[in-house]
Ligand binder design. Structure first.
Ligand code: DQA
Length: 147
């Protein structure tokens, strides 16, 4: 199976960005451990990041065209982007939403996700491990091992 892990705005700054909230790991370090985990599970993993909403939409469309599942940390676009929601729905991809922080324990504007209704599920609050848990869940879904 193939999975595209898509990362939204400001996640390129992980490691330096609000480490009290997001931890010390860089996005490159998260990618490395996720690639290791994906290899063990025989998953072809593509890892991408962009700061631009429209580019994130294009990434989703490309995952759909490639027949890949989508593991997505849309960062702030989670809470705002109807375009991203439409892209996930329109591309017909199976998607899992992930966050490093527990968005429900933070500001009220982070309690709303525009994309959650078109995702299979949400993993939030486990730091870099959210990526691992999300990948496992998505792989199970794509392999038909979950209802
Ligand atoms: C985030 C949570 C979002 O609310 C925030 O805008 C981010 C990161 C997370 O991974 O915890 O940029 O998606």
């Amino acid at each position: 199976i193939a999975i595209h892990c898509l990362n939204g705005p400001n996640l390129n700054l992980l490691g330096r960005r609000e480490p009290g909230i997001y931890g010390a790991a860089t996005l490159a370090e998260i990618e490395r451990s996720l690639q290791d985990h994906a290899a063990r599970l025989d998953i072809a993993l593509t890892f991408r990041q962009t700061n631009h909403e429209g580019e994130l939409v294009t990434f989703v469309q490309e995952a759909g065209a490639a027949g890949a599942g989508v593991l997505i940390n849309a960062a702030a676009y989670t809470h705002t982007s109807i375009a991203l929601r439409d892209a996930i729905k329109g591309a017909g991809v199976t998607a899992v939403e992930i966050h490093l922080s527990n968005v429900h324990a933070r500001e009220e504007f982070r309690h709303v996700s525009r994309i959650a209704p078109v995702c299979a599920g949400v993993i939030s609050g486990f730091g870099p491990h959210s990526y691992i848990v999300g990948l496992d869940a998505l792989a199970h879904l794509l392999r038909g091992q979950l209802p």
